[in-house]
Design a protein around this ligand. Structure first.
Ligand SMILES: [Zn+2]
Length: 247
């Protein structure tokens, strides 16, 4: 009994030491944990995000969703059930700003508005504040970064662009993956706002990762962060829907 208690203590200590949450202001472009891949999607939730989550869940892989507040006539509040489904399925929920503005061309006040509106919505819908953000178009400068750091954000871009946003065919996006060497530690860029990505490319990437023997995990897990501590501040439970749930 004593021995097993001691072993449990030692194991717990090791896992505490091994996991280190990255500080605010960090910028990452690739995974650091061997043999992992962070499949990530931007610009949702869209009409097709729920189906994509079903595909990911069926493949038993985790992904990261950089959600926006309002884009392409979608509103985060109207798709709160999809946001909840992503979160409750164990996918990481991260910010991609409220209205998808270029953060290098707006001032501190506007950047604050772009992030805080998303925080208010995710607090209502999930009871969390995301610690990770992906600036629209991956655009940031020293000024952007200083503001995001002050607002308690870590920044994730990518090192594998599927080019789905640029009209690339599914085949040419897939070729970018099949060309990768062993243990590529990629953070991917693709968009669940695009039907073909949600229905074909996303599920294909999940399957490809499994066949390559890579662990498709959340962004934080591929960086060796604690889960959910590296991902979120827990800011109280979800709220009931009311008249403030609108974009
Ligand atoms: Zn975007």
């Amino acid at each position: 009994m004593k021995t097993s208690l001691l072993s449990a203590f030692v194991l717990a200590s090791i896992s505490l030491v091994a996991a280190a949450d990255l500080p605010y202001g960090t910028v990452v472009t690739e995974c650091s944990v061997p043999n992992t891949i962070a499949i990530s999607f931007n610009d949702g939730p869209s009409t097709w995000t729920s189906g994509l989550i079903d595909s990911l869940n069926a493949a038993n892989v985790k992904a990261t969703f950089f959600f926006v507040g309002t884009l392409n006539n979608n509103c985060l509040y109207d798709k709160a059930d999809v946001v909840k489904k992503a979160y409750e399925s164990g996918h990481q929920v991260a910010a991609h700003t409220w209205t998808h503005r270029d953060l290098t061309t707006i001032g501190a006040e506007a950047i604050f508005s772009e992030t805080v509106r998303m925080e208010i919505a995710l607090k209502k819908i999930l009871g969390i504040r995301p610690k990770w953000i992906r600036p629209p178009n991956g655009a940031y400068n020293n000024n952007t970064l200083a503001i995001l750091k002050a607002l308690n954000y870590k920044v994730a871009t990518w090192n594998l662009d599927s080019q789905d946003w640029n009209g690339a065919s599914i085949a040419s996006s897939e070729a970018k993956f099949t060309a990768l060497g062993s243990d590529p530690r990629v953070i991917t860029l693709a968009h669940d706002a695009l039907q073909a990505t949600a229905q074909q490319l996303g599920p294909w990437i999940a399957q490809w990762a499994k066949e390559r023997g890579l662990r498709a995990v959340t962004l934080s897990e591929c960086l060796g962060e604690t889960v959910p501590g590296g991902q979120y501040d827990i800011v109280g439970g979800a709220s009931p829907i009311d008249s403030t749930w609108k974009c």
